[in-house]
Design a protein around this ligand. Sequence first.
Ligand SMILES: Nc1ncnc2c1ncn2[C@@H]1O[C@H](COP(=O)(O)OP(=O)(O)OP(=O)(O)O)[C@@H](O)[C@H]1O
Ligand SMILES: O=P(O)(O)OC[C@H]1O[C@H](OP(=O)(O)OP(=O)(O)O)[C@H](O)[C@@H]1O
Ligand SMILES: O=C(O)c1cccnc1
Ligand SMILES: [Mg+2]
Length: 562
Amino acid sequence: MMSVDGEMETPAPPGPTNPIPSPTNPMVTPLLTDLYQFTMAYAYWKAGKHLERAVFDLFFRKNPFGGEYTIFGGLEECIRFIANFRFKEEEISYLRLVMPTCEDGFFDYLRAIDCSDVEVYAISEGSVVFPKVPLMRIEGPVAVVQLLETPFVNLVNYASLVTTNAARHRFVAGKEKSLLEFGLRRAQGPDGGISASRYCYMGGFDATSNVAAGRLFGIPLRGTHSHAFVSSFMSLDEIVDKTLQSYDGSSTCEDFVSLVQTWLNRIKRTNSLHGAFGETNQSELAAFTSYALALPNNFLALVDTYDVMSSGVPNFCAVALALNEFGYKATGIRLDSGDLAYLSIEARKFFGALEKEFAIPEFGKTIITASNDLNEETIDALNKQGHEMDSFGIGTYLVTCYSQAALGCVFKLVEINNQPRMKLSEDVTKVSIPCKKRCYRLYGREGYPLVDIMTGANEPTPKVGERILCRHPFNESKRAYVVPQHVEELLKCYWPGDSGVKREELPTLKNTRDRCMQHLEHMRPDHMRRLNPTPYKVSVSAKLYDFIHFLWLNEAPVGELQ
Ligand SMILES: Nc1ncnc2c1ncn2[C@@H]1O[C@H](COP(=O)(O)OP(=O)(O)OP(=O)(O)O)[C@@H](O)[C@H]1O
Ligand SMILES: O=P(O)(O)OC[C@H]1O[C@H](OP(=O)(O)OP(=O)(O)O)[C@H](O)[C@@H]1O
Ligand SMILES: O=C(O)c1cccnc1
Ligand SMILES: [Mg+2]
């Protein structure tokens, strides 16, 4: 497959000395928010509350795709957004137009704000994360942080969802398979397409067909060819320049077309394949030959335009063996319809037979790529049946997150003016956990994460070897003592505002991908399985538990029975 990895320059990550670049998508501006954020900001300002210090948590309530884990994506874009958060004069003019009853002073206030007094603590991007635990804790003047709600949730929601979807596809495909993201044409618009390529790579895909994403993020590019290319040829007579320089430049094949035909006849006559196919489609042979002449180092063929086993595969092999005579190694085939398991097994047998017959080392290992509406379920089914594919090209189901449309991230106020706040709900899963919190991941003896625990910001840090009570935030009877072997603080400072705390550097996409792969590898397997996975435990300290329930009782009105 066409590959340009290695030639890509990965942009240097923004470090403490590098200014943080603007959001990747120039549409991400302070106006990319819901109107109600501005009306609230105005009302805060009118009430003289706008500078009150508020803490918000960004979290989600349920893991997607029926699984028990999620991968956090989108942090870098949130940090880019706040690092460059400033209203332009024309944005202020537009707001004036749509909020004509607001006083001038409010627009002067908006004109002056930035995020220099906002602090963002976050879990590192690419980490495995769980419901209820804040992915980000945002603290700052209430009116400013309120304006960040919609863009932050927008930047995290799809990023985390599609990264998780990619990770799940990787999990079912296995580590050894090559996974190619082919979704651009089916993605939800240009941003959906670019984001899908970026976050699918983060979640464990190897490459994308999306050239713009390759350039922007240094993702390896891969591609095959389409049916249009095959069906655009009518006959071998169309090929005018038939010459091919050998791989090492030492010789020239004057008539590569005849050489291909010679090979096709040889293949036809081989003992092991005798009678396996008759006349192959000559326009397909012309397309393959032409493609090989254009790209002899990257020859691959889409073999299902006419008939995989009686035309596509023999035609591919004829061209591949002709190339081999001049020192080139053909890349492989792509299957895009039919019974992919069966066809891959038959194609593999065919390659194996030719390897033996013509003593061509490794020909039996020629790469077989499959595509066509693949998803977790079909890959799982293919694995169960047994197949010979090395690589999967996946588009629609992956990038549209077909089996779940949104992650459902939320952004909730948990403290204002040092006063803890909570959102009550009839539905206990919707009750938010109050207070500015610290969050830890506690690891057990076998090295797996055991539980995430949230504590109040001023509680002591859990210590290795010291027993700590971990309580379910809302279910009194669910609790466990844990003696951690390792304690990891989850929320790190990614945007210190004016606090003077050292900021975490934003890693490269490749490093974030590595983190993701490493996290997934260290999860206990029962949390990862596709069918009925074990939920990972998310807990609060005993002190926070008591406080939540005290506040809950305080805030909930007492009903009156008549
Ligand atoms: N062995 C298999 N086991 C399970 N699912 C498979 C297997 N082989 C292919 N599939 C899936 O079955 C579906 C076949 O779809 P469909 O019938 O629309 O395609 P097709 O007829 O093979 O090709 P075309 O795109 O030409 O219509 C695809 O989603 C494909 O991924
Ligand atoms: O199937 P997906 O997972 O979305 O992967 C991408 C698909 O896009 C291409 O064809 P396209 O769907 O455009 O046309 P075709 O299916 O009719 O060949 C390619 O051949 C794949 O089938
Ligand atoms: O390169 C490919 O084979 C490809 C790219 C996009 C969509 N389908 C296939
Ligand atoms: Mg298709």
